[in-house]
Write a protein that binds this ligand. Sequence first.
Ligand SMILES: [Fe+2]
Ligand SMILES: [Fe+2]
Length: 216
Amino acid sequence: MTMTLQTIHPVDTTPIVASSGSEDLDPLWRAIVDESRARGNDIHLPISFAYAERLCDAYPDADALVVRVAILLHDTGWARVDESRIISEGFAGDWRTADVRFEHERHGCDIAREVLPPLGFDAEFVGRVTAIIDGHDTRPQSHSIEDSLVRDADRLWRFTPAGIALASGWFRLTPAEYVRRLRAEIVPELLTQAAVEMAEAELSRSEALLKTEQLS
Ligand SMILES: [Fe+2]
Ligand SMILES: [Fe+2]
C-alpha cells in the first residue's frame, strides 16, 4: 500500500462546475480542437484540467504550468488511434495493458512536440511534459509530484455526473455499477490526500443526484 501525499494547504472540495477558468492557456486549447473531438476529450480534458488547477493550489511545491499543460494534452493522442479500436480494445478485456493504451501515449507525446514549440514553450519544458504523458496510463509508478497530480486529475473527472455519464457507457455499466467501481477501485489508486477528499465529496454528491442507491 502506497502512502498518499499529504498537504497542509486548503483543499477545495466544492463542485468542480463552480470553478472559474484561467485563460493563459487558451491558445493551447485552440491548438488541440481536432484532438478534443476524440473519445470525449472535449469533456474529459477541461474537467480534469480544472481539477489539476485545484490540486496545484493544494500542492504549491509542484510546477503548476507543467501539470496544467500535461493534463491538457495527455489524452490528445486518442485522436490518432482508430476509433473502433478505442472501444473494442481500450475498454474491454485487459484494457489497462491494451496496445491502444501505449499508442495513445506515444501519439500524445508527438502532439505535445508539435503544438508546444510554436506557442513559445522550450525543449526542456516540452521534455518535462512528455515525460508525464508517456506512460500516464501504462507505467505503474509516478515519478514526480507533477506526475502524481496529473494522474489524480486524470481520475477525478470520473466522479462528476458528466464523467459518470460518459465513462459508464464506455464500460457498458449502469451509473450505479460504475459508481461502485469508482469507490472500490479508483479511490484507492489516488496518490494525494487532496484528490481523495475531492473524490469523496464529488462522489457523494453524484450518488445523491443520480439516485444510484435507488436505481441499482
Ligand atoms: Fe490516457
Ligand atoms: Fe485521461
